[in-house]
Design a protein around this ligand. Structure first.
Ligand SMILES: *Cc1c(COP(=O)(O)O)cnc(C)c1O
Length: 380
């Protein structure tokens, strides 16, 4: 099955043997009747498993070309489950330009349990191996990175992971499986904030993991059930519905993203535009190699790097909504320094390029001419 068919049908055969409903029913139940003790039809308690969630988990696996999918209450809950594979003394090599909440989870929660994190620039993948030692267990990659749109070579990281017997996890939230499929590139775990493009309508918070290895899936399922950060059946249904249009939404996100990136690049008041589709992007060649297209996430800095001017621009936008998050059908704008990256110390964030005037756009699927007119009036 090709990707555009999988988003609609992947894992969705015979979802309702009772009545043949085309969409999976919402099994709004916490428990399931047993005929004799232990005699059930595959589900006994909805933390451990729920048929609507199971349909979604099969769909996640299908679109990422994986064998096993797991759905969580949020993207961070999914990341939390991955780090719980580790024990005190273990070390993680992580991308430095990282989603703020992931950085917070790693440093504020897991460091106090004795897990050590190395945050490094991975644009040159050869760097990664320098941080491997006997305690290293996991490489954590986010690509494209947030919000600097750096591109990390997944295949090169997978080679380091394989050589040293490490796990490679890729946060694929920004790219989605429409643009890149990390398991095919050698990753062991692919993670999503399904809150973003997979759900696609800014109406649900959810996370996902997909893996191929049966033993790894078993361990993650054990953690999912033991820690209990599962999502409910209503939310599972919403994301199943969102997935069905992922491919057409992404196509438009990419088209609009390209037009807006080029508009910004040619704007006299703009100093710099970060978007992996530009040939001048330092890792454009890797992006071209591992991604199908370049997406609708764009960051830019105005000339003079003025904090107040950046705030004025995001406040003046009328079609773009000033909000955290990304990946919905509607266009959003954010000011990372004061919003998504506020939990990262100023000197840390500036090291990775998150300067005061940086503005991040999640380009939606509206008419691109309206979006450009909105940016034009707001930038002035
Ligand atoms: C939003 C996001 C997360 C966290 O996901 P939640 O669903 O908000 O918990 C992790 N990584 C990236 C890249 C994100 O954009």
């Amino acid at each position: 099955m090709k990707f555009n068919t999988k988003t609609i049908h992947g894992g969705q055969h015979d979802v309702d043997p009772a009545y043949g409903s085309v969409m999976p029913p919402i099994y709004q139940t916490s428990t399931y009747a047993q005929s004799t003790p232990g005699g059930h039809k595959g589900f006994e308690y909805s933390r451990s498993g729920n048929p609507t969630r199971a349909a979604l988990e099969r769909a996640f696996a299908s679109i990422e070309n994986g064998k096993h999918g797991l759905a969580f209450a949020s993207g961070l809950a999914a990341i939390d489950a991955v780090v719980k594979l580790l024990k005190p003394g273990d070390e993680v090599i992580s991308t430095n330009d990282l989603y703020g909440g992931t950085y917070r989870l790693f440093t504020k929660v897991f460091e106090q349990f004795g897990v050590k994190f190395h945050f490094i620039g991975m644009e040159n993948a050869a760097q990664v191996e320098n941080y491997v030692n006997d305690n290293t267990r996991l490489i954590w990659v986010e690509t494209p990175t947030n919000p600097m749109m750096n591109i990390i070579d997944i295949k090169a990281c997978a080679a380091v992971a394989r050589k040293h017997g490490l796990l490679l996890a890729v946060d694929n939230t920004f790219a989605t499986p429409y643009l890149q499929q990390p398991l095919d590139l050698g990753a062991d775990i692919v993670m999503h904030s399904a809150t973003k493009y997979l759900g696609g309508h800014s109406d649900v918070v959810m996370g996902a993991l997909v893996v191929n290895d049966d033993k790894l899936a078993e361990k993650l399922y054990f953690i999912q059930n033991a820690s209990g950060a599962v999502c409910g059946p209503q939310d599972s249904f919403l994301v199943l519905r969102g997935l069905k249009t992922l491919h057409v939404r992404m196509q438009r996100h990419c088209e609009n993203g390209k037009t807006i990136a080029e508009f910004l690049l040619n704007h006299p008041k703009i100093e710099k535009v970060y978007w992996p589709g530009f040939e001048s992007h330092p890792n454009h060649a890797i992006a071209r190699d591992q991604m199908r297209d370049y997406g609708g996430m764009i960051s830019f800095v105005t000339k003079g790097n003025n904090y107040d001017e950046a705030v004025r621009i995001v406040e003046n936008l009328k079609i773009f909504t000033l909000a955290e998050s990304l990946g919905g059908v509607e266009s959003l704008a954010g000011h990372p320094a004061s919003m998504t990256h506020a939990s990262i110390p100023k000197e840390e964030r500036e090291k990775t390029g998150v300067v005061d005037a940086l503005i991040r756009l999640s380009v939606g699927i509206e008419d691109v001419n309206d979006l450009i007119a909105d940016l034009e009036q707001a930038i002035g």
